[in-house]
Design a protein around this ligand. Structure first.
Ligand code: NAD
Length: 295
């Protein structure tokens, strides 16, 4: 048996992506523990159990059958860190903030199995910088694993290595993602927002700005950029609502922080409408409202 074989997975973060990645893992009959912060009020696993319940109502359905929600094991970092030691793969999917991710890595490092692969689902933060907070013994087993939303339906996963990642780790992870999870893999370099988000977010930003310039409604733009054009995607604004507007702003910030002087992508300013929606808590589908009043 390969020493990096994946039999059980921990997913850290029960938000839009973490909960749905956990759902896809149970769809594929892979045992999974889903972690989040302990809830401030009520049972400590409140954040995770609410996320698992939410999976049953989400469209398109993240679970093959709603009953499979019961197969996702709920955990919080305060009480259940020992469960990490049972997992061969840890997928971190907490909010797109470098400082929060680094804090969490320090918190969990001592509880990981000595052979565990640790991978971040970041949309585009530097995988190398994320790895540097980890002990040297873990760095060769750390990489990026970037799923797309919704993870059950999007066929692509980007894998991103650091200079320290062992080739054997990436090979084993690629074998798991393709054969157990049924996805295609692209190996991306550790550049800001990797490949798909670097190109995709530039297109979304340009579209939002041009919609504003021409006074186009969200519906019209979504028709022009989505299904009516023959694309599977539901269009720019609906996609932004599904992604989460705060997450989208973080992804834009990664470009602003790293590529402000890149002449190929001249303007990365955050659209005023996006800032205004975030300020009033309209974060998209996860908040019930975003660009569209009802999502
Ligand atoms: P989200 O906002 O839906 O969920 C984030 C989760 O992180 C929440 O459950 C929250 O409780 C937890 N969290 C917040 N602060 C924390 C902290 N300090 N420590 C530990 N946990 C904390 O976010 P998301 O959309 O699921 O994104 C998660 C990751 O996946 C991000 O890195 C994001 O860039 C990436 N990603 C998102 C999408 C998308 O479409 N939303 C797609 C691909 C990748």
């Amino acid at each position: 048996m390969n020493r990096f074989q994946v039999r059980k997975v921990a997913v850290l973060g029960a938000g839009v992506m973490g909960a749905q990645i956990a759902a896809h893992l149970v769809n594929c009959k892979v045992p999974v523990v889903l972690f989040d912060l302990p809830a401030k009020e009520g049972p400590k696993n409140g954040i995770v159990t609410k996320a698992i319940e939410g999976l049953k109502k989400l469209k398109p359905a993240p679970l093959g059958v709603p009953e499979d929600a019961a197969r996702i094991q709920a955990a919080n970092y305060e009480e259940h860190l020992a469960l990490l030691g049972e997992c061969d793969l840890v997928i971190e999917a907490i909010a797109e903030r470098m400082d929060w991710k680094l804090d969490l890595y320090q918190k969990i490092a001592g509880s990981l199995a000595p052979h565990a692969i640790v991978a971040s689902n970041t949309s585009g933060l530097s995988i190398t910088k994320l790895s540097e907070v980890l002990p040297e013994s873990i760095q060769p087993r750390f990489c990026g694993i970037h799923f797309f939303n919704p993870p059950r339906y999007m066929a692509l996963v980007e894998l991103i290595n650091t200079p320290a990642t062992m080739p054997e780790v990436l090979d084993q992870l690629e074998a798991f993602v393709t054969s157990a999870l049924g996805k295609s893999v692209v190996r991306a370099k550790d550049t800001p927002n990797f490949i798909a988000n670097r190109v995709g977010i530039a297109g979304m930003l340009a579209t939002i700005k041009e919609a504003e310039n021409y006074g186009l409604s969200y519906d019209v733009v979504d028709d022009l950029t989505g299904k009516k054009l023959g694309r599977a995607s539901s269009g720019t604004f609906r996609t932004a609502d599904v992604v989460g507007l705060d997450t989208m702003a973080h992804v834009i910030k990664t470009l602003q922080d790293n590529l402000a002087d890149d002449p190929f992508f001249p303007s990365y300013s955050t659209p005023a409408v996006l800032k205004a929606l975030i300020e009033k808590g309209a974060l998209g589908q996860k908040a019930g409202a975003g660009f569209y009043k009802k999502v």
